[in-house]
Design a protein around this ligand. Structure first.
Ligand SMILES: Cc1cc2nc3c(=O)[nH]c(=O)nc-3n(C[C@H](O)[C@H](O)[C@H](O)COP(=O)(O)OP(=O)(O)OC[C@H]3O[C@@H](n4cnc5c(N)ncnc54)[C@H](O)[C@@H]3O)c2cc1C
Ligand SMILES: *[C@@H]1O[C@H](CO)[C@@H](O)[C@H](O)[C@H]1NC(C)=O
Ligand SMILES: *[C@@H]1O[C@H](CO)[C@@H](O)[C@H](O)[C@H]1NC(C)=O
Ligand SMILES: *[C@@H]1O[C@H](CO)[C@@H](O)[C@H](O)[C@H]1NC(C)=O
Ligand SMILES: *[C@@H]1O[C@H](CO)[C@@H](O)[C@H](O)[C@H]1NC(C)=O
Length: 557
């Protein structure tokens, strides 16, 4: 989905439109890294002759990039930052919530490409994204990965046609052509929103501009964060994160009509929540969609490259499911160690550090002999139904929306749940992704068949789909249920965030999702975790981010 819609981006936002310096150098109100942690301890530095062994649990955006960043530092000459890394991933693919499918095939999850075929294979119809679908120009780590790994980008977009925002009763907004970021320039012509689109746009722009400072040498060389509360304070995200988006936007001068009709549609498709149930940061991220793209063949290819190029040992599949991690307390002058056990009983081991890169309360992992588990707050995730349809209807039926039969229908529809309507939408979004090539379409009947993607908070009944697309017009339905992202309630106290280092030698990537949940920010979080780990073990602080690393020079310094 092009726009607003699928648009999860990334960014960090500030409360005023004025461009204040987000991270004034050398003026941070507190010490970073080292002793600033609330929980756990840094432990003693690495003194042994052997290289430290590190387990990474989870190979999504967070875990795969953690393995890659560790190998990046290990390769810096003469710095002694070598690590021996094992990645545990219990599913059958690398990428986690970044995954693809071929819904038109008998087994939608199996890549139909013959072994050895290249991406150029003309017979090959690329898959569609099942989870995380887009990233944006401000996503520096992912953009660098795409360049370095020689991956091809697809501009984000579905079939051409009209876009509408539906509130369950009527279209509250309708437009011909792309609803892409050009969206804003068109919306501003809508007089009924007054100056609100401008206000929102400048909030987002300054947020993105400031977000980019996160990658700078000035910022990174201050040291890693052990506390996300500290991070959100330093990045001026604490304000918008502590309020519901509707309050935050009203307070920032964005009008209610615009917020209820359009911004709420953006948060609904990005985070499955209306603006009344999501914090301000979630809304700003939902609007930062400049330069939305995805990787040809699937975003997960970035994460496959991360793991592959890291040289880490990859344990993949159900037998690699981690069941427990047990802390071996430190003996005098040494560090604590962790015993990782799998449910299958094979492939476990003893490690000097563990990077947990999966939502803890979904991972089923038992933490033995450590208080870490009690320090990670329980986090509810949004249950999201993603439905793929193969249909020969070229648009949804007007009758479903109580419209006259000759209505020129949109093929991209976003739901908003916050306007005063008598009925609420029956889905969050609907998007015609692409027509199937004739050879594939012929499997389903005559004429053109389309691939349509829908998001909803419940399973879509066959009767509902018949009414929406016309009886007999839906040839196939594939449903995927996700625990997609956290419910982003306002952050009211420090305790709402999980510690980055819940214990000595234990690091947690996914606490970051409480602030922002995107592919890019999971790599930002994993970089911070790796940086904290290197500081704990080797007293080393990266001079700059991976995204801004000058591969020629920084290694020498
Ligand atoms: C439908 C949908 C749409 C989205 N849209 C976007 C978007 O457009 N853009 C965007 O940037 N983000 C989007 N997101 C959010 C994005 O997917 C996540 O923020 C990000 O991918 C999370 O990455 P992660 O590595 O932290 O976690 P995950 O991707 O969840 O990875 C965790 C991994 O750990 C593994 N694991 C769990 N428990 C164990 C265990 N006990 N042992 C071993 N392995 C284990 C899991 O199998 C999984 O592979 C979307 C998410 C969904 C679901
Ligand atoms: C923490 O602070 C103490 C006392 O100031 C100091 O001795 C110690 O080295 C610090 N530890 C780290 C990891 O910075
Ligand atoms: C794919 O095709 C393009 C253009 O024809 C070519 O430049 C490229 O090298 C090909 N890639 C592979 C992997 O064959
Ligand atoms: C940073 O975190 C520590 C511990 O969580 C806390 O005591 C301190 O007040 C925080 N500082 C800021 C500026 O948030
Ligand atoms: C779709 O295909 C079915 C079965 O072949 C057919 O009955 C129906 O009329 C087609 N609908 C459209 C809109 O072409």
């Amino acid at each position: 989905m092009r726009l607003v819609v699928a648009a999860v981006a990334l960014l960090i936002l500030i409360a005023q439109v004025s461009s204040q310096l987000l991270f004034p150098v050398n003026q941070l109100p507190f010490r970073l890294g080292g002793n600033s942690t609330a929980a756990g301890g840094a432990g003693v530095h690495w003194v042994e002759k052997r290289v430290p062994r590190i387990a990474v649990i989870g190979a999504g955006a967070g875990g795969s990039s953690a393995a890659y960043f560790l190998s990046h530092f290990a390769q810096l000459k003469d710095l002694g930052l070598e690590t021996d890394v094992t990645v545990y991933e219990s599913s059958d693919h690398v990428g986690g919530r970044s995954n693809v499918l071929w819904p038109w095939n008998d087994d939608p999850l199996v890549d139909p490409r013959p072994l050895g075929a290249t991406q150029n294979d003309t017979e090959y119809e690329p898959p569609v994204e099942m989870g995380a679908s887009i990233f944006v120009s401000a996503n520096s780590n992912l953009q660098k990965a795409v360049r370095e790994f020689g991956l091809e980008l697809d501009a984000y977009g579905g079939e051409n046609g009209r876009t509408a925002v539906w509130d369950g009763e009527r279209w509250v907004y309708e437009e011909k052509g792309a609803f892409g970021w050009g969206w804003w320039s068109k919306v501003k012509a809508v007089w009924r929103y007054g100056r609100s689109p401008f206000k929102a746009r400048s909030l987002v722009k300054s947020t993105v501009d400031n977000f980019l400072r996160l990658y700078s040498a000035d910022f990174v060389s201050q040291g890693a964060f052990a506390s996300l509360a500290n991070f959100s304070t330093a990045t001026h995200l604490a304000g918008p994160a502590s309020h519901y988006a509707d309050e935050y936007l009203t307070h920032s001068g964005v009008g209610e009509l615009f917020t209820d009709e359009l911004i709420s549609a953006a948060t609904q498709v990005n985070y499955g929540s209306p603006i009344t149930q999501i914090h301000g940061v979630g809304a700003l991220v939902s609007l930062a969609a400049t330069g939305a793209t995805s990787v040809h063949g699937g975003n997960r290819r970035i994460f496959e490259e991360f793991v592959g190029r890291s040289g880490a040992r990859l344990r993949l599949g159900e037998t690699a499911r981690v069941q427990s991690i047990l802390k071996l307390d430190a003996t005098k002058g040494k560090r604590a160690q962790w015993v990782v056990k799998t449910t299958s009983g094979v492939g476990g081991g003893t490690y000097d550090a563990v990077i947990l890169a999966a939502p803890f309360h979904q991972s089923g992992i038992q933490v033995v002999n450590a208080v870490a588990a009690s320090l990670i707050p329980k986090q509810a995730y949004v249950k999201l139904f993603v439905t793929f349809l193969i249909t020969n209807a070229s648009t949804p039926q007007p009758s479903y929306f109580d419209l006259p039969p000759d209505t020129h229908m949109p093929n991209e529809i976003f739901g908003t749940f916050t306007t005063p309507s008598r009925h609420k939408p029956t889905f969050n979004s609907l998007n015609y992704l692409k027509p199937l090539p004739a050879a594939l379409g012929a499997r389903f009947g005559e004429g053109t068949f389309h691939v349509v993607k829908m998001f909803s908070s419940r399973s879509l009944e066959p009767e509902m789909l018949d009414a929406l697309y016309g009886r007999g017009n839906v040839a196939k339905v594939v449903e995927k249920v996700w625990l997609a992202y956290p419910e982003l309630r306002p952050v009211k106290s420090q305790g709402d965030f999980a510690p980055v280092r819940p214990d000595e030698g234990l690091y947690y990537v996914n606490g970051f999702e409480r602030l922002i949940s995107t592919m890019e920010t999971e790599t930002v979080s994993s970089f911070n975790v790796v940086s904290l780990l290197l500081n704990d073990l080797f007293d080393y602080t990266p001079p700059t981010s991976w995204a801004e690393w000058d591969d020629g020079e920084a290694a020498a310094s």
